[in-house]
Design a protein around this ligand. Structure first.
Ligand code: ADP
Ligand code: MG
Length: 239
């Protein structure tokens, strides 16, 4: 299980995460909604250890991200895809995907490449392994980014607005891949502005507002008049 308990994060005098509790079970798809600045990215960055907590605790399968000796294990279990394509420009798609499996998991190169090619085929890029990022469209680059995260065989896939820099057609492309992964049982924590898509693929929806987790509800309840929609801030956000 991925678990955040009473997480607090402060930047200067701004409380960015204020007592956030969240748990994600293997197999679940949990979407995080909330307006810009509500703390969604910071929560993701805390989960993968890119930000230090100012209070509370985050564990990934019992490994505490705040303990230096446990962080590496916690990180192996979660893979993150960010909004902006952060592929290495001087490496091909295949090299981008195989880098960490070879260096961190010590997979033999041939095995890492075989797995990477299978992942690329799964996202419709079977013939683009030798392309450099500049030779790929934004949607294709983001699909390579998803492959790069999946190549580490994470138990949890964290996605932070992976489609917000894409045009509608490429967005549909990438969301299609994520829907396939959700159906295949990949556990996901999905930060998004794609509300309708979140509704289709999520088991649960959590809503962040000014660093506080306002609700955590099963998807149907989140969108129901007596559930999430009864919270004025959420009704306003969804309209
Ligand atoms: P979201 O992803 O929901 O848009 P963020 O987590 O990016 O929100 O940001 C939450 C708040 O934290 C914002 O007010 C933002 O300005 C602030 N913030 C985020 N990162 C930093 C940082 N490195 N230094 C200072 N303030 C930051
Ligand atoms: Mg963000």
């Amino acid at each position: 299980m991925l678990k955040a308990e009473n997480v607090r994060k402060v930047f200067g005098s701004t409380v960015v995460l204020d007592g956030v509790n969240l748990s994600v079970q293997p197999g679940e798809v949990v979407s995080i909604l909330g307006s810009s600045g509500s703390g969604k990215s910071t929560l993701i960055r805390c989960i993968n250890g890119l930000e230090k907590l100012d209070g509370g605790r985050i564990t990934v399968d019992e490994f505490d991200v705040s303990k230096p000796r446990e962080l590496a294990e916690a990180r192996k279990r979660s893979g993150t895809v960010f909004q902006l394509f952060n592929l290495y420009p001087h490496m091909t798609a295949l090299q981008n995907i195989t880098l960490a499996p070879i260096q961190v998991l010590q997979q033999p190169k041939a095995e890492a490449e075989r797995k990477a090619r299978a992942l690329l085929a799964q996202v419709g890029l079977g013939d683009r392994g030798d392309a450099y990022p500049a030779q790929l469209s934004g949607g294709q680059r983001q699909r390579v980014g998803i492959c790069r995260a999946l190549a580490m065989e994470p138990r949890y896939l964290l996605l932070d607005e992976v489609t917000s820099a894409l045009d509608p057609e490429m967005t549909a492309d990438v969301l299609g891949i994520l829907a396939d992964l959700a159906r295949g049982g990949t556990t996901m924590v999905f930060v998004t502005h794609e509300i309708e898509f979140a509704r289709q693929i999520s088991n649960r929806i959590v809503f962040l507002d000014k660093g506080k987790l306002v609700v955590d509800l099963p998807t149907a309840a989140f969108f129901s008049a007596k559930g999430g929609m009864a919270v004025p801030r959420i009704a306003q956000f969804l309209s």
